[in-house]
Write a protein that binds this ligand. Structure first.
Ligand code: ZN
Length: 349
């Protein structure tokens, strides 16, 4: 038997249930979940801003321990290490066909047969696919990485959404060394971006937000300067990473770029009206706008490498509100909604 929090919708919310774990299919791995942190997209679903097919099991920022390897389960993780029972693992939020052209073009998060942890409906043949549960069944073609044991569960749970998405954004931005970068939106992703950019040699890491308290915190995570959203930047920048998803921020982000600058939009992952852009301005200033949704296998590896190397250098732990268990999932979401900490984590160990 395994316990999970079944989610219906913004009105009916959660109920704690217990069901038998099914026998593992070809290529599957059973993981005992250790910790799940609540991502912004989980909160949007909880509030009804996003709709998932239900009943579902929310939560995709997960870390766990391999409990059982199914028939013909993969032998190695993405870094080439042998997968064994007892390994502490993180896995990508997606599983998709590796033979699809999109996978071959390094966009597996949109490839054929896409399956996304924490976003799937519970059916007779598909269950235990979210983090608000004692177990997760990893499907065939899920990218998995064995973690070093010294990462705490709370820190490790951030890797497969927040950190990997930031790694993807940084990849799209190109060379970071000696570049000036502005980071719009200093929630969990923005803070991680400041940390990563500072370690990649950015000459300036400029944090921009409407929340002065959050801006202050960015200084401990590598930001060299910070501005409130309505303040004028002293100098223009080479690169912008936009995590807030706010329309005014996206419009503003174009105008802080130097000639030839590049902006990556990552935050706007919920329904919203169109952004107003002036094409002539973009053309005459040779600007590039790129969008990023989720990340790919290389970003995922880079995310793990980054956290393993720098988890003790930056106090990410201080950004996480701990102390909730699975039965308190409702209060954990209420806390996340009402107090808006960087992250709320659920202890499943
Ligand atoms: Zn997420």
């Amino acid at each position: 038997m395994s316990k999970f929090a079944s989610f219906i919708n913004a009105e009916e919310k959660f109920s704690i249930k217990s069901e038998d774990l099914p026998a593992l299919n070809e290529g599957e791995i059973l993981v005992k979940n250790l910790c799940t942190s609540i991502c912004r997209s989980d909160i949007h679903t909880y509030q009804g801003k996003r709709i998932e097919k239900s009943p579902t099991i929310l939560g995709h920022e997960i870390v766990g321990i391999i409990e059982q390897l199914g028939p013909h389960a993969p032998l190695h993780d993405l870094r080439g290490n042998e997968l064994k029972v007892g390994d502490k693992v993180t896995w990508a939020i997606y599983a998709s066909s590796p033979d699809d052209l999109l996978s071959k073009a390094a966009i597996p998060q949109k490839a054929k047969d896409l399956f996304k942890y924490g976003h799937e409906q519970i059916t007779n043949t598909s269950h235990f696919h979210g983090g608000l549960s004692e177990h997760t069944i990893l499907r065939k073609n899920t990218p998995i990485i064995i973690l070093k044991q010294d990462l705490t569960n709370e820190i490790a749970s951030l890797i497969n959404c927040s950190v990997a998405t930031v790694a993807g954004a940084v990849r799209l931005a190109g060379v970071i060394n000696n570049k000036s970068v502005a980071v719009y939106g200093t929630g969990m992703l923005g803070i991680i971006a400041c940390a990563m950019l500072s370690k990649m040699g950015a000459s300036q890491v400029i944090a921009i937000d409407e929340n002065a308290t959050r801006l202050k915190i960015t200084k401990e995570f590598g930001a060299t300067e910070s501005y409130l959203h309505n303040e004028e930047l002293q100098n223009k920048v080479d690169i912008v990473l936009e995590f807030s998803g706010s329309i005014s921020a996206m419009q503003h982000s174009i105008h802080v770029l130097k000639i030839g600058g590049i902006v990556i939009w990552i935050g706007a992952v919920f329904p919203q009206p169109a952004v107003q852009l002036n094409a002539e301005y973009i053309i005459r200033n040779l600007l590039t706008i790129k969008g990023l949704h989720n990340y790919n296998n290389n970003d995922f590896i880079n995310a793990v490498n980054f956290m393993e190397q720098y988890h003790a250098f930056f106090d990410f732990e201080s950004l996480i509100k701990k102390g909730f268990v699975l039965e308190q999932v409702e209060s954990a979401f209420e806390y996340a909604t009402n107090h808006n900490p960087f992250r709320v984590s659920i202890d499943l160990s």
